[in-house]
Design a protein around this ligand. Structure first.
Ligand SMILES: Nc1nc2c(ncn2[C@@H]2O[C@H](COP(=O)(O)OP(=O)(O)OP(=O)(O)O)[C@@H](O)[C@H]2O)c(=O)[nH]1
Ligand SMILES: [Mg+2]
Length: 1195
């Protein structure tokens, strides 16, 4: 290696002060060259003379590969090109070119590949690479001399060459300059370097051959995400210069020995392969390796050699299986990053706390995501994603699936998966928070972790951590903490807010109550804001709403009195007055053995059905429900289903107690408890009481208390300031007798409680709203006011929908009567009140009248209206959709009526139906006694109407009736096209399932028509589908039906812009009339589009191609639209389809434009004069026939 010293002498170029200028020159060349004699025997090379390199005809220019690092500049595997071939260049600037050629030799330590003979013939026998290098250096001297000789011809080159020589002889030190060279692009690379990064390439084998002569120059290899099955055995003995090696996401099972040869290897990624272990000599790389990734390999534990890699800074060993012996990690004192997530770890040793970790992932064994699994295979696939769960044998996995599949549908629903998680996968493995990891004081987090004070990121997913303790504050550098999938986690310490956190992950921490889930759902900033507020003072909040519901006279008011009175017995000396609206009381109960109090807001709802619409708005999850029924009257008449389904819709997570009353009056009564409980799983108990004698009341009271205390939100920590605000508002109400406040005033009051931030104030009032303490609606108009006495809003509603005769007649309220409705309220509030009722869909203002509709007060009887027979010949079709509900929640239908009102002028409304008109269409929406809503539409395009209704219903359900179960049905398309009177109806749920299972066809149930799934899908309303496109597809389908007949198929393209306004109806021909008349012809089959501007071009082209004649409705509107114009010319010139032009509208200005010329030879039928219509339409029919025939002739 002595010769290396000489090489280094060359390298002084890189180390000198003047080097900058020199490199400036060099780096302007993105390619590096080198000269070598073209023919040379070993002897001449050994003692090169000046003469031997003088002759340019015998010099080869070689290109050099800069490699990944400039220090390893090396020859390509190529004999080079004779210098004389560069004549032109030589003539111009010999010296500069030579300099360029020398650059290669000047800036590297090693240049020669193993087989020098490739470069210089005659060197075959020279095996000793070191000697070759020595010769190269001598050669270089010679070339330098030549350079000096040639320098005279060029001034720049002279100075440069002088400098080069200066540099050459100086001995200044400065490394780190090679990077200057790496900036130029267009490097020419050797085969090895060109292929050193082959990620995602489907490689089956490690491509050894491409590194044949250059492996000693390779510093980085990236072969991640290929399919390499095995690694070459000499991998580590050859690539000695490797610093970075990425072999992740391949399929190999073994790593070869010899890694100790890689003296500069710092980073190796072996993740996602099939390794069971690492070779025994892997520890030999301990002098250099700083980063190791063996994640996602099913290992037989953590390989022992890892604990010897003392330089290791990053160790990724996620999802490798069972992990033991972690105490040995203490050897790795440099370790900063440690990922042992998703493994089965039984013990976290104390030694872990000695490390200086900045990143730690100790996530537990994951469970499968709670989604639908269509088959046991899909389920197993998911299970095998993790190496630990993979070790459950197949039979056991299948058993697991079967057991979880309670309804034996061979499909696991998300709910079933959830149960499986809780019952099997959670308990099966060790997790923080249970068993030997109980650590109750720290909520399950192993206390040793709190020694890791340098942590910046901590990941603890999939555990049973119950809380984040205050100790978390030791992590003063923590930027990110991931606690997702800790199903049992109830509270987060407010101390989290004091950390420099940037991210806090709480996915699926369903038990969390501090912060409340409403806050969590608003995201990181809301959570931190909340915790910050808690740090300033927090109170445990044990409050909820107790909702008393049931028919009028069921005994709600009496039971409230009974529950609240110490004797558990209502005063029965006088009859209870009928409750009007909702009565709200506060009920405080001391909790036994603690100093705490349980606080209920008791909401006593009026039982009269007229209120049912209003009651819906007040049902929420943060409540306990008592559903009362009078046992004397029997459960059948108690409206239990009504209330149960309402609660299931609006508050699907709240507990319900079903309470029979009046048991002092009868001895025998009956209730199908099992059946009810099965249908409404949220029922937590059945009770029987008498408010008169007090029997059963005590028992009920205890059940209410114990059930309430079990609610997740019980005991959550609430910022003290929020409750202070509540108290101030109550005091304000009592003092000033004010029920409703402008938001501005609220801000003033909240400031006195220390809440200054508007965002936090909104959070606070939303929380108080959930508690039932205030009513706040965060919508544009309504958020200006806040109701601080909830009773008030109930009264407002009650005024409108009161049992007593009011100002609303037949469901209609005139605007001038609004002051009658709310006579007790200040008139300036009236608009706000009206808006409030609109927000709840309780009213709807009429567009053309100074009045509003109150649907729940609409007349019961059906008015008269005209519903003609559909006549497809006159282009009047009928279609329908049927919605079947398991239980149709009260108010949904009426709210739908209100929302649809805007689509209809002069609609007829009654309690169970609406008759609507729009754009020459009529529609009917009816609610029947079988929990169904039937929508029929008739006209030109009835589907459009149906889609509008559908979207509205879906939106309404999504917004306000999320717990409702329903399906909808559309008629079989074949039944419809055959005009079957009572068509077979197709269920959406069925279609959805067919889609999931990739079934190509479905059969209609009545006539067994075969329908392709695609066409059914097209006919089904769906928010994702472009309405227009689906219609086009329908048109195409219609056409395909027709191809067998000998009729002429016509595609009519016109723009809806040419549909005349009402005022012009007498002056202009309606394209719809033309369409209808064409369709009335037996020998024409007409499909159409009226929105060519916005249709999908592909579908349009399809239709145009599929038809015999294309009729364009040409008008000024049409010609002014670029898309339409292009479509017309495209049809004529490119598709070369027979076209006919129908002139629409009243003017023909387009003839002055650029369309007139290209259309000069086409047939026009002028429809611009309405009085000539009868004549012209016949002309059109003849023209179509002619066109069709001439087309056939051409064929
Ligand atoms: N004997 C007997 N009478 C009862 C019982 N509970 C209620 N009552 C009587 O039944 C009548 C109706 O009771 P309320 O408590 O007013 O019924 P409600 O459910 O509040 O009725 P609305 O407010 O109209 O919805 C009253 O006359 C009560 O005194 C009971 O358990 N036993
Ligand atoms: Mg009452």
């Amino acid at each position: 290696m002595k010769n290396r010293a000489r090489v280094l002498e060359f390298n002084t170029v890189m180390k000198c002060k003047n080097a900058e200028k020199l490199f400036e020159f060099f780096s302007s060349h993105s390619k590096f060259f080198c000269l070598l004699p073209s023919e040379f025997d070993a002897k001449k090379l050994q003692y090169p003379s000046l003469l031997s390199v003088m002759d340019f005809s015998k010099q080869n220019v070689h290109i050099l590969c800069p490699g990944a690092k400039m220090e390893l500049l090396h020859f390509l595997d190529d004999p080079g090109v004779l210098l004389t071939n560069f004549d032109a260049m030589l003539e111009g600037n010999n010296a500069a070119f030579l300099q360029k050629c020398l650059s290669g030799l000047l800036i590297q330590e090693e240049t020669l590949p193993t087989k020098c003979s490739v470069l210089i013939p005659g060197m075959e026998h020279i095996q000793n690479k070191d000697r070759c290098e020595a010769w190269m250096i001598r050669l270089c001297f010679m070339y330098m001399c030549i350079l000096e000789l040639h320098a005279n011809t060029d001034q720049t080159a002279v100075t440069m060459s002088r400098e080069v020589m200066d540099v050459f002889t100086s001995t200044l030190k400065d490394k780190q300059v090679a990077h200057l060279f790496s900036e130029g692009d267009l490097f020419i690379r050797c085969k090895g370097h060109a292929g050193s990064s082959m990620a995602n390439n489907n490689l089956q084998e490690f491509p050894v051959e491409q590194f044949d002569n250059v492996y000693m120059f390779m510093t980085r290899l990236d072969f991640q995400n290929n399919k390499i099955k095995s690694l070459p055995p000499d991998l580590f003995t050859k690539f000695k210069a490797l610093e970075y090696l990425n072999l992740s996401k391949n399929n190999f099972t073994e790593v070869p020995k010899g890694i100790g040869n890689l003296t500069v290897l710092t980073e190796i990624d072996l993740s996602s392969n099939r390794l069971k272990t690492l070779p025994s000599d892997f520890e030999n790389v301990s002098h250099s390796l700083t980063s190791l990734n063996i994640s996602n390999n099913n290992m037989e534990g953590l390989p022992g050699c890892i604990f010897k890699l003392v330089k290791l800074e990053e160790l990724y060993a996620e999802n490798i299986g069972v992990v033991e012996g972690l105490d040995q990690l203490r050897n790795l004192m440099e370790l900063k990053v440690l990922n042992l997530g998703l493994n089965l770890i039984e013990k976290i040793p104390e030694e872990l706390g000695d490390l200086q970790l900045e990143y730690l992932d100790l996530s537990g064994v994951p469970w499968v995501p709670a989604t639908t699994y269509q088959s046991v295979i899909a389920f197993m696939k998911q299970l095998q994603f993790n190496n630990v769960t993979m070790n459950i044998d197949i039979a056991e996995q299948a058993k697991m699936f079967k057991k979880a599949d309670v309804d034996e549908s061979s499909t696991l629903t998300p709910d079933e998966v959830q149960v499986l998680t809780n019952d099997r996968l959670f308990p099966m493995y060790p997790r923080f928070g249970k068993g030997s990891f109980a650590f109750e004081k720290s909520g399950g987090i192993p206390p040793v972790l709190f020694n890791l004070k340098a942590l910046k990121k901590l990941v603890l997913r999939y555990h049973g951590i119950t809380m984040v303790p205050d100790e978390i504050k030791v992590f003063t550098n923590l930027n990110e903490i991931d606690l997702s999938y800790n199903l049992k986690m109830v509270t987060l310490s407010a101390e989290l807010a004091a950390l420099p956190l940037k991210q806090l992950h709480l996915k699926e921490c369903t038990a969390l109550n501090t912060p409340p889930k409403e806050i969590v759902s608003r995201g990181f900033l809301a959570v931190i804001g909340y915790l910050k507020r808690l740090r300033l003072g927090a109170v445990q909040c044990k409050r909820t709403k107790l909702m008393m519901v049931g028919l009028g006279g069921a005994g709600k008011t009496s039971l409230v009195q009974s529950l609240m009175s110490q004797r558990y017995r209502a005063y029965m000396d006088h009859d209870e007055p009928i409750t009007d609206g909702i009565d709200i009381k506060t009920w405080n109960i001391p909790i036994q053995e603690t100093s705490d109090q349980l606080m209920f807001s008791v909401w006593d709802f009026a039982g009269q059905t007229v209120y049912y619409n209003t009651h819906q708005f007040f049902l929420s999850n943060r409540a306990v429900y008592l559903l009362l029924w009078n046992v004397r009257q029997g459960y059948e008449h108690a409206g239990l289903d009504f209330w149960l389904s309402s609660i299931a819709c609006h508050a699907p997570k709240a507990p319900i107690l079903v309470v029979g009353t009046h048991i002092d009056k009868v001895e025998k009564f009956r209730l199908p408890e099992v059946n009810l409980k099965a249908r409404y799983p949220q029922i937590v108990g059945f009770h029987y009481v008498s408010s008169y004698t007090g029997i059963g009341v005590d028992d009920l009271r205890q059940t209410i208390i114990s059930n309430t205390l079990q609610q997740k939100y019980m005991g959550e920590k609430i910022p003290e300031a929020w409750l202070t605000l509540e108290k101030r508002l109550i005091a304000y109400h009592e003092e000033k007798k004010v029920d409703i406040l402008p938001f501005k005033q609220l801000e003033t009051i909240s400031a006195t409680c220390g809440i200054f931030d508007r965002g936090e104030l909104i959070q606070a009032v939303q929380f108080l709203h959930d508690l039932g303490a205030v009513q706040f609606f965060d919508t544009d108009f309504l958020r200006d006011m806040i109701v601080i006495y909830p009773q008030w809003i109930v009264d407002v509603m009650a005024c409108l929908v009161t049992v007593h005769q009011g100002a609303v007649k037949d469901g209609k309220m005139l605007l001038k009567d609004i002051s009658k409705v709310w006579e007790d309220y200040p008139s300036e509030l009236h608009p706000w009140l009206l808006r409030l009722t609109e927000e709840f869909d309780l009213t709807c203002s009429l567009p053309d009248e100074e009045a509003s509709i109150v649907p729940c007060l609409l007349p019961d009887g059906e008015p008269e209206y005209d519903w003609p027979h559909a006549d497809p010949r006159k282009n009047i079709r009928e279609s329908m959709t049927v919605y079947k509900f398991q239980y149709l929640p009260a108010g949904l239908f009426n709210r739908a009526q209100v929302r649809l009102h805007q689509y209809s002028k002069g609609a007829l409304l009654w309690k169970t139906g609406s008759f609507m008109k729009k754009n020459n269409h009529i529609a009917l929406m009816i609610q029947n006694d079988e929990q169904e809503v039937i929508v029929r539409a008739q006209g030109f395009r009835p589907e459009n109407f149906l889609f509008i209704v559908h979207e509205m219903i879906e939106t309404l359900i999504r917004e306000s009736y999320s717990g409702v179960h329903y399906d909808f049905f559309i008629p079989c398309m074949d039944c419809q096209s055959r005009n079957v009177k009572d068509p077979s109806m197709m269920s959406y749920q069925k279609v959805k399932r067919a889609l999931e299972l990739n079934v190509p066809f479905l059969q209609c149930e009545k006539f067994f028509h075969m329908l392709s799934l695609q066409e059914i899908k097209d006919a089904m309303p769906s928010d994702k589908m472009d309405e227009v496109d689906s219609h086009l597809r329908n048109s195409v389908r219609e056409l395909i039906d027709l191809t067998t007949e000998k009729t002429v198929s016509v595609f009519f393209v016109y723009s809806t812009k040419d549909v005349p306004d009402l005022k012009d109806a007498e002056k202009c021909v309606h394209p719809g009339t033309i369409l209808a008349d064409m369709r009335s012809q037996d020998d024409l089959k007409v499909s159409y589009t009226d929105q060519p501007e916005s249709s999908d071009m592909e579908a349009l082209t399809l239709s145009i191609k599929a038809n015999d004649v294309i009729v364009f409705g040409l008008s000024d509107n049409f010609a002014n639209d670029d898309v339409c114009k292009k479509l017309l010319l495209y049809t004529k010139d490119v598709l070369q389809r027979p076209i006919l032009l129908l002139l629409l509208g009243q003017t023909k200005n387009w003839q002055k434009g650029d369309l007139n010329m290209p259309l000069g030879d086409e047939v026009f039928v002028d429809m611009t004069k309405i009085d000539r219509y009868q004549h012209k339409i016949k002309e059109l029919f003849v023209a179509i026939k002619k066109k069709d025939e001439s087309k056939k002739k051409v064929k």
